[in-house]
Design a protein around this ligand. Structure first.
Ligand SMILES: C[S@@+](CC[C@H](N)C(=O)[O-])C[C@H]1O[C@@H](n2cnc3c(N)ncnc32)[C@H](O)[C@@H]1O
Length: 271
């Protein structure tokens, strides 16, 4: 991993800004997924790896003032942003806890539901987190996962520099034990954790200048550029010239970027 408490992409302000804009794009799909679950007022739910807390307010709306939401986040900086997000909205039913989703420290089978978005794509040994997540939910309760997969990420017209950066980023992630194609596998991870009634949908987004979504690969590479260089996945000069070339390429409104494919999974813990 990239340092204690930090996940694959680090915890920088740039990463926070990227999460802010990504969250706005993903919100409608997340809302629809939560609506399909039929979450009831009064439920007790948990969001693992809540980051700056965007999904906490969506969960809080659904469980209402009589319910409760726990946001569990490993990074202290993101946890404090999540607390601010919650305080600004006066969501007294939400508590943000600093902790590790591999061992959430919460009673088994004590939640009506558990949600997790874009955490598995950042951690080694994702099966272990999925088992932990499933163990937190009572029989008959729900789980919801939203994970990315590189499958559809591309730009058109193609760019050799884009491909080189993607290859280096992928090799770097592989070396950290991270599966950037985890999305397609979530169904089997949840099945292996005993989850039933699994339903999977997928969604991708397209963007072109000036939409910042088109810069996703550059955002990822910039977040970990020093580590990629230090660990020998790409030279500094090559990285800098490739980044500049991709920036130029994507400044044309005629260049179209297709995002990751996002897999949205819901399931139930058997009674
Ligand atoms: C890409 S961000 C997604 C944040 C949020 N779920 C969202 O969708 O907006 C991944 C988050 O997972 C957190 N994370 C990664 N590994 C974790 C772990 N083992 N336990 C708790 N949080 C973790 C990171 O610190 C980061 O906040």
């Amino acid at each position: 991993m990239t340092g204690s408490g930090c996940y694959l992409l680090g915890c920088s302000e740039a990463e926070q800004a990227r999460l802010d804009s990504q969250s706005a794009v993903l919100a409608p799909a997340t809302q629809a997924q939560l609506d399909r679950l039929g979450i009831k007022p009064g439920e007790r739910v948990i969001d693992l790896g809540c980051g700056p807390g965007y999904v906490l307010s969506l969960l809080a709306e659904r469980v209402g003032p009589t319910g409760s939401v726990i946001g569990l986040e490993r990074d202290a900086r993101f946890a404090s942003l999540a607390r601010r997000h919650v305080a600004e909205r006066s969501l007294s039913q939400v508590e943000v806890i600093e902790g590790d989703a591999f061992d959430a420290g919460q009673p088994r089978a004590s939640f009506d539901g558990a949600h997790m978005r874009l955490v598995l794509v950042n951690v080694p040994d994702p099966q272990r987190i999925v088992r932990e997540m499933a163990s937190l939910v009572r029989p008959g309760g729900w789980v919801a996962s939203f994970e990315a997969d590189l499958l559809s990420l591309n730009c058109d017209p193609p760019s050799a520099e884009w491909s080189r950066l993607l290859d280096a980023y992928r090799a770097y992630s592989d070396a950290q034990g991270i599966d950037l194609c985890i999305g397609r596998r979530t169904h089997s991870l949840f099945r292996a954790a005993g989850v039933t009634d699994i339903h999977v949908e997928a969604v991708a987004y397209v963007s072109s200048a000036p939409n910042p979504g088109r810069l996703i690969l550059l955002d990822f590479v910039n977040n970990v550029r020093e580590q990629m260089i230090e660990q020998g996945f790409i030279g500094r000069a090559e990285l800098e010239s490739d980044v500049a070339a991709v920036e130029r390429h994507l400044s044309s409104p005629e260049a179209l970027v297709t995002s990751h494919l996002f897999y949205l999974l819901t399931g139930r813990i058997p009674r």
